[in-house]
Design a protein. Sequence first.
Length: 133
Amino acid sequence: KYEKVTIQKLLPKFEVDEVKIKFPVYDELSAFILSFSLDYRQKNFFTIPLYVCRKRCLLKLFKKRELVYKWNNRSQKCYEILIDLPQESELLRHSREVWMWLLEKEKIPVKLIGKLPIIGNLEGILVKKNKNS
């Protein structure tokens, strides 16, 4: 089903535009958060439709392996997931590959690695989880 998306640009000057796009569709941050809840026990491959640069693209997630990851002073089952961003991605314009290590039970990412040209790999490691999360 195609729906209308209204685009409002506030700066440097106010602009409004509309495009028709097939739903459902997610922004990159919402898709990233949605990826935590997917059932990697049942499937090794998922796609999530993204709205990027006025069009619908696919974010691809590949579960590469299951492993034991030491986090929070405990060894826990974890999924190593390759995230293939669309070429039009605004998240990492020069890198299409991101690696994520996701805890199976808690469904939270504990490690992320993205490749940045010239600089090298950018790595994020979850050190502490918020008590309210």
